[in-house]
Design a protein around this ligand. Structure first.
Ligand code: PGA
Length: 250
């Protein structure tokens, strides 16, 4: 059985003080939660404070992005070892906002994932089609290509440190969630793609999260789907009470 992950992606929200307030409210609400892994991805400036707040709790800290070089003259970038040093266990890679606004490609996703895994971070690698691609009937081939090109050349041991997040771009921040049927069929397609590359045992083991307007009132119907192993939550992860109620979807 795959262990579910509920991850919150804060995007460009929250100062250090706001991060501490969030954890002060979240941690007591999670006393009895044991059924899933919990990940929070604050902005870079709040990572160390978040890691301090989460120490000794069941919450792991994730970055939202990383650069692939170990160090050097790359103004504005952050290396894997800096994230580990700040207390991260995960990093998100290839979020659609990075792909859309900051030139992220399947090739940069591959390089970043390789660097993250080599440096001891687990990776949450995002894939997902745009509205035009969905309307044009190419959602499945687009997502297959993203998986093949971004994640196609690792060892099975490396892949065990990767979770895939399926986030249809048209559902992110729009309030328009993919129906559980649409999400489930894409998750099944992603798992099939992983099976074609790595074989069945890797495909059965890999965790595939859904992201895009996940809220307390739709999480359960998504989590009831066979191939949905968790959620990457944006807007609804910013408030401790709503994030806690998503975590307690059962
Ligand atoms: P949303 O964002 O939940 O606000 O739609 C999800 C994401 O982009 O990870």
């Amino acid at each position: 059985m795959r262990r579910p992950i509920i991850a919150g992606n804060w995007k460009m929200f929250k100062t250090i003080a706001e991060t501490r307030q969030f954890f002060d409210a979240l941690i007591p609400a999670l006393q009895d939660v044991e059924h899933c892994d919990i990940v929070v991805a604050p902005p870079f400036t709040a990572l160390a404070a978040a890691a301090e707040e989460a120490e000794g709790t069941r919450v792991s800290i994730s970055a939202q992005d990383v650069y692939w070089e170990p160090q050097g003259a790359f103004t504005g970038e952050i290396a894997v070892r800096m994230l580990v040093d700040a207390g991260c266990a995960f990093t998100i890679i290839g979020h659609s906002e990075r792909r859309q606004y900051f030139g992220e490609t399947d090739q940069t996703v591959e390089k970043k994932t390789r660097a993250a895994l080599k440096g001891g971070l687990d990776a949450i690698v995002c894939v997902g089609e745009s509205l035009e691609e969905r309307d044009g009937g190419s959602a499945a081939p687009v997502v297959r290509r993203q998986v093949q090109n971004g994640l196609g050349a690792f060892s099975e041991a490396e892949l065990s440190h990767v979770a895939i997040a399926y986030e249809p771009v048209w559902a992110i921040g729009t309030g328009r969630t993919a129906t559980p049927e649409i999400a489930e069929s894409m998750h099944a397609e992603i798992r099939k793609t992983v099976a074609e590359i790595y074989g069945n045992s890797a495909a059965v083991a890999i965790r595939i999260l859904y992201g895009g307007s996940v809220k307390p009132d739709n999480i359960k119907s998504l989590m009831d789907c066979e191939n949905i192993d968790g959620a990457l939550v944006g807007g609804a992860s910013l408030e401790a009470a709503s994030f806690a109620s998503i975590i307690k979807y059962r």
